[in-house]
Design a protein around this ligand. Sequence first.
Ligand SMILES: [Zn+2]
Ligand SMILES: [Zn+2]
Length: 498
Amino acid sequence: MELGRIDMDLLGRSFRCTCGREHHVPIRRVVVGDDAMVRMGEFARDEFVARPGPGNTAGGARAILVADRNTYAAAGDAARSALEGAGCDVEVLVLGGDGGNGRCVQGVLEADEEAIGRVLARLSGCGSESDVALSKSPEPAAGVAVSAAARKTFAVAVGSGTINDIVKYASFKAGCPYISVPTAPSMDGYTSSVAALLLGGFKRTLPAAPPLAVFADLGVLSRAPSNMVAAGFGDLLGKLTAGADWVLARLVNGEYYCELAAELARSIALECLERGSEIGTRTKGAIKSLTEGLIWSGIAMLMVGNSRPASGAEHHLSHYWELKSLREGRPQPFHGTKVGVATILIAGVYADILGRDPRGIDLADLKRRHRSREEREERIRRFYGPMAGEAIIETAGKYLPWEEREKKLREVVARWDEIRDTLRGIVPGADRVRDALEQAGAPATPEAIGFSSDWVWEALANAKDLRMRFTVLDFADLLGFLDEIASAGAYKRSQGGS
Ligand SMILES: [Zn+2]
Ligand SMILES: [Zn+2]
């Protein structure tokens, strides 16, 4: 299998990889192009209509097409006629305000109980046999392996993040397959096996099943709102620092690493780094690359069973800002918009740390400054407020007593040349990331999305305590540079530098 490029042969397959693991990609078809709706019709006919089975002796299929008003206007009719042309009975469910179904907060549809319930009501009974299979399965991804009877009904999510999350979760619960029709290249969740939901007023990420197929119409994607395209570009560029964090974790901690998944997540992002202005003017070629980059980044996550290939310190900064904004009741920029800005900062952290030399570290001084477990938890309480308990439990394993930290430090020092040279070959300069975002018309400074230098400092210094995943921020902390780097990063930002 050739590395560094997308490979349609991976779709719908299980295979033994050079990383030593068996990977399974349950998504069977990915089409990003002008003919996506035609191809979806062919797929629906072959997959559902032309396959009579138990309980479906007459053939035929029922498609529940879910959209909101905007996304239906963008792609609903085209999707509907493609499905009807394939012989499906299509039922349309438009969620959202102004006569639609589902709850809106300030005009925005939420992926909450009500919306999920409405989709579930339409899907009920479609997966009675596969429910059994699902409950026995340890892997959520197996949810797409539905019985022939369940094939009669399938869902089609016409929309972006929220619609996709609602349909992904509802179809998983109902045990029936779904097809994703993205209307904006805004994030990499289309192909993931988790759904971001708002349950009981809290944001939750729950296991679900990825779509059976993705059909993305280039004309529709090119007409998506510019702030959503810019957000998708930010999320995609985040793969560059996320990939570096994974390599760093392999080098420092011997963490499991899959070169194929890493390349799938990273290669298109690297290519798109040079195409900022094309993203800004929305050439079809650039929009196609952006969309494919996001889709294949999701597939890389599916392959390894977690978000490691696509999410590192830049995502931790974004999540930290998100939690802080929620606590303070402030408006949220899009996920990818925050990730893009954070990617510039993390590229700057890499440049800073790789320019230092840990061989000169004064171990006696570092030992004096070493925090006890209690001091660490006290600090988390100070910055995380009501979320502190969860953060302390989640990241308890990150704490190293001095003896263990010293041992790890000595290992890093002994391999410093290798670590530095490997990472320098991977991480792009902060200026390149910022230029690309600016050319694309995306916000490229924390100030542009309403975050002060205090917020930058706070996130750089504390975001590592949000998740167990090891990133460059943990690495900086291990070497005793984190507070200095966080202050320098925040200061430079406030001066308009990188
Ligand atoms: Zn993301
Ligand atoms: Zn692998």
